[in-house]
Design a protein around this ligand. Structure first.
Ligand SMILES: *Cc1c(COP(=O)(O)O)cnc(C)c1O
Length: 389
C-alpha cells in the first residue's frame, strides 16, 4: 500500500478550498484597485477591510493595528528595521535569540553593520529563552526585544508572557514572530504584553506572499517601502487584494478551528507519532520541548544517519518531510537551531521534522510509523559513521 502523506506544514500549508473560493472573484470580475473611488474600487476596498477585521479577530487586535505585508519575512523586517530606525536616537541596542528564523536573525545582522548593537540570547536544551537572562541583557539603550512565539524547526513555544512582562517593566518594545503559532494556538494580544507580531497566511492554509504585522496602537515604526501611502503609509503599493482576502478567510477558518478545539486532534496525532518513534526506533532524540510545543509539530534527531538521506527515502515512499528548515536544506551546515540547543554537529545532521496538518489522519501516522523504522534501519546499516563495528 502506498500513500501520499504531506508532513511539512511548517514549511507551508495547502490552500484551503474555501480560501481559494473566496479569492477567485478578486482576480476577476472584482479586480478593482482598492484605492479607486468607483464601484470596482469600492468593492475591493470593502474586501480588504473585511480581511483586516478577520485577521485582527484571530488575535483579538483592533483592525487598525494590522498592516498587510508581502509575507512573514517582510513583516519581520518591517518590525525590526522599522522600530530600529524609529528609535535610533533613543538607543541602538536590540536583543534577539539564537534560534530565530533567518528573517529575524539576518535582519539583526544587517542592522549590526548599520551601527546597531545586537545581543543574541542563548536558549536552553529545549530551545527556551530564559527570562532571567533576558532581563540581565536589557540595558538603558535597549530599544527592542525580538523573540519568536514558537520555533519552526523544533516546535518549542516560548514563555511569551514572561518575556513580554519583562520588556514592559523596562519600557522596551517587544516583537514576536508568530508565523508558526498564529492560527494554531490561541493568541490574544489584548492579554499578552506584545507590541509587534508577525503572521503569514501560507502557514495557516492561506496563500503565499501575504502576511501581516500587528503593531500595537501608539507604537511608532518607520516604513521600508515608500510610495502611494497604502497601509497607513507603512507599506506602500497597490494592495494584493486577492491574497489579502485569502488571508482573511484563512484567519477566519483558523479562528473557527481554535474555537472548536480542533487542535486537540492534531495534538493527539502528534503525540502518537512522537511516542511511536521514540518507542520503536533506537538512538533517537526528540528535539524541542515535549509539551510546550506546537500541536502539529514533531521533530527528532536520529544518530548515525544523515537527515537528507532520510528525506529522500521518505520521499520515495510518498512522505513529505523536512530536515531542519526548508531554507537551510541544501547547505551542509547543520541548522543553527539544533546547534544552539546544544546538539553536536554529527547528531544535528540526523534531524527530521514531521509537521502535521488539519487533514492528517490516523492512517497517515500509521503509515509513517510503519515505514520510518525500516528507513532508519536500512540507512544505519550502510552508514559511514557506523553504529556497527
Ligand atoms: C515561514 C516563516 C517565516 C517566513 O515567512 P514567509 O511568509 O515565508 O516570508 C518567518 N518566521 C517563521 C517562524 C516562519 O516559520
Amino acid at each position: 500500500m502506498s500513500r501520499f502523506v504531506y508532513l511539512d506544514h511548517s514549511a507551508t500549508t495547502p490552500v484551503d478550498q474555501r480560501v481559494i473560493d473566496a479569492m477567485m472573484p478578486f482576480f476577476a470580475p472584482d479586480f478593482g484597485n482598492p484605492n479607486s473611488l468607483h464601484a470596482w474600487g469600492r468593492k475591493a476596498r470593502q474586501a480588504v477591510d473585511k480581511a483586516r477585521n478577520q485577521v485582527a479577530q484571530l488575535i483579538n487586535a483592533d483592525p487598525a493595528e494590522i498592516i498587510f505585508t508581502g509575507g512573514g519575512s517582510e513583516a519581520d523586517n518591517l518590525a525590526i528595521k522599522g522600530v530600529a530606525f524609529a528609535k535610533k536616537d533613543k538607543g541602538r541596542h536590540i536583543i534577539t535569540s539564537a534560534i530565530e528564523h533567518h528573517a529575524v536573525l539576518d535582519t539583526c545582522n544587517w542592522l549590526a553593520k548599520e551601527g546597531f548593537d545586537i545581543t543574541v540570547l542563548p536558549v536552553d536544551e529545549y530551545g527556551m529563552v530564559r527570562p532571567d537572562e533576558l532581563e540581565r541583557a536589557i540595558r538603558p539603550d535597549t530599544i527592542l526585544v525580538s523573540i519568536h512565539f514558537a520555533n519552526n524547526e523544533i516546535g518549542t513555544i516560548e514563555p511569551i508572557e514572561k518575556i513580554g512582562n519583562i520588556c514592559r517593566s523596562h519600557g522596551v518594545l517587544f516583537h514576536s514572530d508568530a508565523v508558526q503559532a498564529a492560527g494554531h494556538i490561541p493568541i490574544d494580544v489584548k492579554n499578552l504584553p506584545v507590541d509587534l507580531m508577525t503572521m503569514a497566511a501560507h502557514k495557516m492554509y492561506g496563500p503565499k506572499g501575504v502576511g501581516a504585522l500587528y503593531i500595537k496602537k501608539g507604537v511608532k515604526v518607520i516604513p521600508l517601502i515608500h510610495g502611494g501611502g497604502q497601509e497607513r503609509g507603512l507599506r506602500s503599493g497597490t494592495e494584493n487584494t486577492a491574497g489579502i482576502v485569502g488571508f482573511g478567510e484563512a484567519a477566519a477558518l483558523a479562528a473557527e478551528r481554535l474555537a472548536k478545539g480542533e487542535m486537540k486532534k492534531e495534538t493527539r496525532l502528534r503525540d502518537k507519532l512522537i511516542d511511536g518513534v521514540l518507542k520503536n526506533i533506537p538512538d533517537v532524540i526528540l528535539t524541542g520541548h515535549r509539551t510546550a510545543r506546537l500541536p502539529f509539530h514533531a521533530s527528532f534527531c536520529f544518530r548515525y544517519i544523515e537527515g537528507e538521506s532520510m528525506l529522500l527515502r521518505l520521499d520515495a515512499l510518498g512522505i513529505g518531510a523536512s530536515s531542519g528548515s526548508a531554507c537551510t536544506s541544501g547547505s551542509l551546515e547543520p541548522s543553527h537551531v539544533l546547534l544552539a540547543i546544544g546538539l553536536p554537529h554529527e547528531v544535528a545532521h540526523g534531524s527530521l521534522r514531521l509537521t502535521l496538518g488539519k487533514d492528517t489522519s490516523d492512517e497517515d501516522i500509521d503509515y509513517v510509523l510503519e515505514n520510518l523504522p525500516k528507513v532508519v534501519e536500512s540507512l544505519r546499516a550502510m552508514s559511514p559513521y557506523g553504529k556497527r563495528g
